[in-house]
Design a protein. Structure first.
Length: 342
């Protein structure tokens, strides 16, 4: 299976998709794949306060509020960013993660895109790569259509080029110090200011350092229109791994208790974890606040604290959890309480 990730125009199309997903999702936990929109407003046509199947703590799956599009060119500078922090509470394992940020350029193709066309340079200076309009880029199991910007943190490298020590880690975090979390060298405890993406995805495309760790199967040609080649579902794609200091996987390669890898349906509040086939976190639309954000949404100008865990419990709970706050510091989503993070 593969997913073409591009926004669809129009509230009518969005509402129709929500209605269809609502019916499928509540009929026993099933989910559907769809060609087009990378995310949509779960609140459209859905009663406020309802919950989806498989929901985790940290906010309602569906919520109300004023969900409307806004021109990103009119935003104050602080709302063009979100802060991201990452830490590791696994006591004996390094975490090798694969962070992908996707931002769509606002305009005729993506009228709800997060990026003002005048701010493209702001994104590319941070490290996003522009996918021009009329072109597409394959990335693991996904196809991204331009005009869009794609950021792949450190190219998924475990260490910086030529690095040999823990201080030279790139897309990785050392083990916790007892019960004290260790923070990522880039996404520090204070949070790194990132130009706001539409989507946050943890996904190993199977290139570079991630190639030998990869377990799930991608579609070999995700941008080939009309060509469907079986692969692992999006919710079962590799998101991060527990590894040793040499980047060798720690634990078994099978999913479940003791697993050496984690996938989107094991990460708190992804679309996968709340009963849909969406392995991402989504930027909330204008008008949404801490009380009205859907379960997988973050907010402009706010902060996201991602925490990696390794608690082999039965039944399991999410092994990456998040706390989301808005620009005022109000909590939008809190850590899953089973993680016991203060």
């Amino acid at each position: 299976m593969h997913t073409r990730v591009s926004k669809r125009d129009g509230i009518v199309a969005i509402a129709a998709l929500v209605t269809l997903v609502w019916v499928a999702g509540c009929g026993g936990g099933s989910s559907i794949s769809y060609f087009g929109s990378p995310f949509f407003s779960y609140s459209e046509q859905v009663p406020a306060g309802s919950t989806g199947t498989g929901g985790q703590a940290g906010g309602a799956a569906f919520a109300g509020g004023d969900r409307f599009s806004s021109d990103p060119c009119t935003l104050v500078q602080s709302r063009k960013f979100v802060r991201i922090s990452m830490s590791n509470l696994a006591r004996s394992d390094y975490v090798h993660y694969f962070l992908v940020l996707v931002a769509y350029v606002n305009g005729d193709v993506y009228p709800d895109g997060a990026v003002c066309a005048d701010d493209v340079a702001l994104y590319t200076s941070f490290g996003y790569v522009l996918i021009p309009e009329g072109t597409s880029r394959e990335f693991g199991n996904f196809c991204f259509d331009g005009p869009a910007l794609l950021y792949f943190h450190e190219g998924g490298q475990f260490r910086t080029a030529g690095g040999v020590s823990g201080a030279q880690l790139a897309s990785a975090i050392p083990p916790a110090l007892g019960t004290v979390a260790t923070y990522d060298r880039f996404f520090t405890s204070a949070g790194t200011q990132v130009p706001a993406p539409d989507l946050i995805i943890f996904h190993n495309p199977g290139t570079g350092d991630g190639a030998r760790l990869k377990i799930s199967d991608n579609s070999p040609e995700p941008c080939a229109i009309g060509l469907i080649i079986a692969g692992d579902p999006d919710c079962q794609q590799d998101a991060f791994y527990y590894v040793d200091e040499q980047d060798f996987m720690s634990g078994s390669t099978a999913l479940g208790t003791g697993s050496g890898r984690r996938v989107p349906n094991e990460l708190q509040d992804t679309g996968c974890a709340i009963g849909f086939n969406d392995p991402w976190y989504a930027l909330a639309p204008a008008g949404v606040d801490a009380n009205s954000a859907t379960q997988n949404e973050f907010i402009r100008g706010g902060k996201i604290d991602f925490v990696f865990l390794r608690e082999d419990t039965d039944p399991p709970f999410p092994q990456m959890v998040w706390r989301v706050t808005d620009e005022s510091g109000a909590v939008v989503h809190d850590f899953d309480p089973r993680a016991n993070i203060p």
